[in-house]
Ligand binder design. Structure first.
Ligand code: ATP
Length: 233
């Protein structure tokens, strides 16, 4: 399933006027590829992810997910699309305070009883898969911990495992390595690149980290809400 953004313009109210956060941005992310979005603070990266996630409706332009023009869907249909087909990882993962790491990840499959692929199935299988994902993101021994017992980087990795639980067709990730040390950050990027290819996911990853972009199929630079030419070190 591919993700296409066509000529996206997004403005926010700014005092008397409007601030243009995205200005005619286009992005084509074929299934099984990973696009990294880089750019200075305030250049529109998080806004771009919010539009791609269909959480924010742009002033102009189209978001097409697997051939479906999302602007034509109702709010309920968009919510369903997000739940069934998208994995979204925000900088702040919004974990539920009362649940353990394992329960946070399991919850995705339980909410979406008809989840794709291995997310489907009996309770034991769901638990096993959630454990596997926590293992993969390096949280094997911490599955029983609640959010307040985890570091910022560990919470972020719970958020990544949760987003991967239903084998999303579209994966949108904001700054996955910001709270991680170098080695752990590299492992998370390697994992996202590998799953993108294995699952045929259309992945967009926002990152400040220009040194480790070799895992990306394409690098897009945003400057003042426009797509520029990326210079990668
Ligand atoms: N809800 C909002 N209301 C008004 N302005 C906003 C809102 N959200 C973002 N902006 C503005 O839109 C512009 C783009 O913000 P955005 O968060 O998309 O940038 P970013 O590249 O993700 O930044 P960072 O790297 O610091 O997270 C900025 O000028 C920001 O101040």
């Amino acid at each position: 399933m591919s993700l296409t953004l066509e000529d996206i313009t997004l403005t926010y109210a700014d005092g008397e006027g409007r601030l243009t956060a995205l200005d005619g941005v286009g992005l084509d992310v074929p299934a099984g590829t990973l696009t990294a979005v880089v750019g200075p603070s305030g250049s529109g990266k998080s806004s771009l992810l919010a539009v791609a996630a269909t959480l924010v409706t742009p002033d102009r332009g189209r978001v097409v997910v697997g051939g479906t023009e999302t602007g034509a869907l109702s709010a309920a249909e968009r919510a369903e699309l997000r739940r069934r087909r998208m994995g979204i990882v925000f900088q702040q993962p919004n974990l539920l305070a009362s649940l353990t790491a394992l329960e946070q990840v399991e919850l995705m499959a339980r909410i979406d009883g008809r989840g794709r692929g291995r997310g489907r199935g009996r309770s034991g299988e769901v638990r096993e898969r959630a454990r596997e994902l926590l293992d993969t993101v390096g949280l094997a021994g911490l599955a029983h911990r609640r959010p307040h017992q985890l570091s910022g980087g560990q919470r972020q990795r719970v958020g990544i495992a949760r987003a991967l639980m239903n084998e999303p067709a579209v994966l949108l990730v904001d700054e996955p390595t910001s709270a991680l040390d170098h080695e752990r950050g590299a492992a998370v990027l390697e994992l996202l690149g590998r799953l993108t290819r294995e699952w045929g996911t259309a992945t967009v990853l926002v990152t400040h980290d220009r040194e480790r972009l070799s895992f990306a199929d394409r690098v897009v630079e945003l400057v003042d809400g426009r797509v520029g030419v990326a210079s990668v070190s």
